[in-house]
Ligand binder design. Structure first.
Ligand code: MAN
Length: 111
C-alpha cells in the first residue's frame, strides 16, 4: 500500500505498485491518473522486470495516459527516474531490494 514520489520540473509523480500512478502539478488539488496496474510486461524470460499501467486520464488529442515501469535492484525503494518519451506515455525507473538476486540461490554456490 505504499507509493513513491519523484519531482520533475513542476510535477510530482507518484508510483503506487499494483495501484494507480499519478502526476500532480504544483499546487494542484488533485492528480492526473497515469494508469492503473495492467500486467508484468518484461521481455521473454525477464517478465518480472517491467510493469505496464494503462487506462489513465485521456490525453487531449492523444491516448489515455499510461506508464511503463522498469524495475531494478537497489539498496532501498526509490523512484529514480521519470520521463515522458512520447506525449502522455510515461517511463518510470524504480529500484528496490526486492528485485535483487537472492544470495541463497544455487547460482552462487560454486565453491
Ligand atoms: C499535461 C501533462 C503532460 C502532458 C500534457 C498533454 O500537461 O499531463 O505530461 O504531456 O498534459 O497535453
Amino acid at each position: 500500500d505504499k507509493c513513491f514520489d519523484r519531482n520533475v520540473q513542476q510535477y510530482t509523480y507518484e508510483f503506487c505498485p499494483f495501484g494507480q500512478n499519478t502526476q500532480k502539478d504544483t499546487g494542484a488539488y488533485s492528480g492526473t491518473s497515469l494508469g492503473s496496474f495492467k500486467k508484468w510486461s518484461g521481455p521473454e524470460g525477464e517478465k518480472y522486470t517491467r510493469q505496464h499501467y494503462g487506462d489513465g486520464q485521456q490525453c487531449w488529442n492523444g491516448p489515455k495516459r499510461s506508464t511503463d515501469i522498469t524495475i531494478q535492484c537497489g539498496v532501498e525503494n526509490e523512484l529514480v527516474e521519470v520521463t515522458e518519451p512520447a506525449k502522455c506515455e510515461y517511463e518510470f525507473t524504480f529500484r528496490t531490494p526486492l528485485a535483487c538476486p537472492d544470495p541463497d540461490v544455487g547460482v552462487h554456490e560454486e565453491l
